[in-house]
Write a protein that binds this ligand. Structure first.
Ligand SMILES: O=P(O)(O)OC[C@H]1O[C@](O)(CO)[C@@H](O)[C@@H]1O
Length: 636
């Protein structure tokens, strides 16, 4: 069992240098006859490394489909920079490329993190032109860290950087809030893991599972971190309900089975009123009731003070409540109670995570672009996507445990940068599309298109130097380990993409550990903030999400009217089956006839409406009524 003092203690130990794979490992017997044997010509086995003609793609790079000269146009704003730099074909000379690699390679010594931007074709001239914009962005970040209202639409401060360095908080009240919350997270996790707080129905037992209920920023960080960092046998195993899909919820509850009795349910919602999360909670509470369990003694809320969720948890006497701060956005909340509580309960060293993030933040405060990794990323994004999101960012971690990084980044980047208007009210429709899963798996899925198909992306490789914990590696053929293959696949793909004019960034970490994960999160949080300044948008609000939520509310309101109309017709004697058109008319919603039809089709599929005539494939033929008359509803 992990000790909580270990989990929460901060350590100044540097990450050890990776050990090179031992050459004295034993060979596998069956390797000899393996169809995958590649001993003598490694190159030909890596799809990206050798071209059909046999010419090496590692050294000779030809930018085939980048126009020899393309004007880079300023995205938005004052037009200070980036408006006239020529976008030339990518560099092909290996010696020049090596020079570019060494000249631009960023290294964070203490974190063991590298950033290689050499395979993005920005020019010195472009960097120079962008300088004034960067200076503005750096100033904006400095002001933000000092407590400026960096989210003007919502009149909010943006303080996720204070979470890992409370001393930066603009006042001592906030500082104390952060420190106290961290302390109470550690203490609570210690009590749960150590068995001081026990599940009510088994006084001798311990909590064995976490069921985390939340969506968006209230789920993605904890999911990413659990996948990346949870030990194989964590003190508490985590499951997630991150949707209002009843089958998905049933599945999670069924998987827990009798262990629901020893499950800590953490309900996470900053606003405390997100419908999907509320539904998840209601479903879980129902499961508890049906199992004869007392939910409140196993429920934990993470939410803003006085939110609906907070009040519910307080009134119902839940086991614990932790605060979410007004000045922390959902998508940047991994280092708040949202991410830290779940992580600590899984035995993840959260202080190391905070330390990694803090070190990265520190590095990102320099105003020298070349030495500022977040600025370098933002520079690459701007260059590669012309500052208008003209290319997508494909994130490819070559490490299974980082599978969810791209999904995590998807919200961080797209909810932050995908904006209709800039800060001056100009319509800009900004954004940067993010997708990806993991390498080398994706090489057998969509990399074909990336290399040869439509050129609408740039890649981000995430490389992890350490293949396995020390002492566990072996050579599955002479001189080559399984991890060497992964390495070869990454390098091969990077080279092959570049050879076809596809740009890429590579972020390298020594290993996946709390520190490096904290650093990666901090790196991208800051890159998003800087990039948002470069393109003059508010990265910290999400007005677009509201439109979907409002429309969903309208659909449900219409459904209630449809039900009332059908109920009335179904209470007649004889029952009066109605056509879709009649239902829409009686709902006074003739323009919403298509939605009325969809509502009825959905209800029919769930045995809540009876199709008397026709079938759902031909909407005009359908006549519908309800199986039962609800007399009470008639007079409601
Ligand atoms: O934490 P809450 O308030 O439940 O919100 C969940 C998510 O919903 C959004 O507000 C909109 O999708 C996200 O920004 C947020 O992370």
């Amino acid at each position: 069992m992990a000790s909580i003092s270990g989990l929460c203690s901060s350590s100044s130990n540097l990450i050890p240098k990776p050990n090179l794979p031992s050459s004295s490992r034993t060979q596998s017997q069956w390797m000899i006859s393996s169809p995958f044997r590649i001993d003598e010509n490694l190159k030909t086995s890596f799809p990206g490394i050798s071209s059909k003609s046999g010419q090496s793609l590692l050294t000779h790079s030809v930018a085939r489909d980048v126009p020899s000269s393309m004007s880079k146009i300023a995205a938005t704003g004052d037009g200070v920079a980036g408006k006239s730099v020529e976008k030339k074909g990518l560099e092909t000379d290996p010696k020049v490329l090596w020079e570019r690699y060494t000249e631009w390679l960023y290294q964070h010594k203490e974190l063991g993190l590298y950033l290689d931007v050499s395979r993005v074709g920005f020019t010195d001239e472009f960097v120079k032109e962008m300088e004034p914009r960067f200076m503005k962005a750096f100033k904006a970040m400095e002001d933000l860290e000092k407590g400026a209202i960096a989210n003007p639409d919502e009149g909010r401060m943006v303080g996720h950087y204070w979470l890992r360095n409370p001393k930066l908080s603009p006042n001592s009240f906030l500082r104390l809030q952060i420190e106290n919350t961290l302390e109470s997270i550690c203490a609570f996790a210690e009590d749960i893991i150590g068995g001081k707080i026990k599940p009510p129905s088994s006084p001798d037992g311990r909590f064995t599972h976490i069921l985390s209920v939340g969506i968006g920023g209230s789920a993605l960080g904890p999911q990413f971190v659990a996948e990346a960092l949870a030990p194989d046998n964590p003190p508490l195993k985590i499951r997630f309900i991150d949707n209002t899909d009843p089958a998905g919820i049933d599945h999670q509850i069924a998987q827990l089975g009798p262990e629901l009795a020893s499950t800590l349910v953490i309900v996470v919602s900053k606003s405390g009123g997100t419908p999907e999360t509320r539904n998840g909670l209601l479903e879980v509470q129902k499961a508890f009731r049906e199992a004869g369990l007392n939910f409140s003694k196993q429920g934990v809320a993470i939410t803003q003070e006085n939110s609906l969720l907070d009040n519910t948890a307080r009134i119902e006497g839940w086991l614990a409540r932790f605060p979410m701060f007004d000045w922390v956005g959902g998508r940047t909340s991994e280092m708040s109670a949202v991410g830290l509580l779940a992580a600590a309960l899984q035995g993840i060293n959260i202080k190391e995570m905070l330390e990694g993030a803090s070190l990265m933040d520190e590095a990102n405060r320099t105003t020298v672009i070349k030495n500022n990794p977040a600025a370098l990323l933002a520079l690459c994004w701007y260059w590669a996507s012309d500052g208008v999101g003209s290319k997508d960012m494909v994130v490819l971690p070559y490490k299974d445990s980082l599978l969810l990084f791209s999904r995590y980044l998807q919200q961080l980047v797209m909810e932050s940068l995908g904006k209709e208007f800039d800060l001056d009210g100009n319509k800009v429709n900004q954004g940067l599309t993010v997708y990806g899963n993991k390498g080398s798996t994706d090489q057998h899925a969509y990399i074909q298109q990336l290399r040869e198909g439509v050129h609408n992306f740039f890649a981000t490789f995430i490389e992890v130097l350490r293949d396995r914990p020390p002492g566990h590696d072996w050579e599955l053929e002479p001189g080559v380990t399984c991890g060497d293959y992964l390495f070869g696949m990454l390098q091969g793909t990077r080279s092959a993409l570049y050879a076809n004019g596809r740009e890429s960034v590579t972020v390298t970490v020594q290993e996946v550990n709390p520190r490096s994960v904290g650093a990666l999160i901090a790196l991208y949080e800051r890159a998003v903030g800087i990039y948002a300044s470069l393109v003059n948008i508010n990265a910290y609000h999400q007005p677009g999400v509201e439109a979907g939520k409002k429309a969903a509310g309208e659909v449900l309101a219409l459904q209630k009217r449809v039900l009332a109309v059908l109920n009335e017709a179904s209470c007649k004697d004889p029952v009066e089956p109605l056509s879709i058109e009649e239902v829409a008319d009686r709902c006074h919603a003739p323009d919403d006839i298509e939605m009325v039809y969809k509502i009825i089709a959905h209800m029919a599929a769930n045995d809540r409406a009876i199709i008397a005539e026709g079938d759902c494939g031909s909407p005009r033929s359908v006549k519908v009524f309800l199986g039962e008359c609800n007399v009470d509803a008639l007079y409601a």
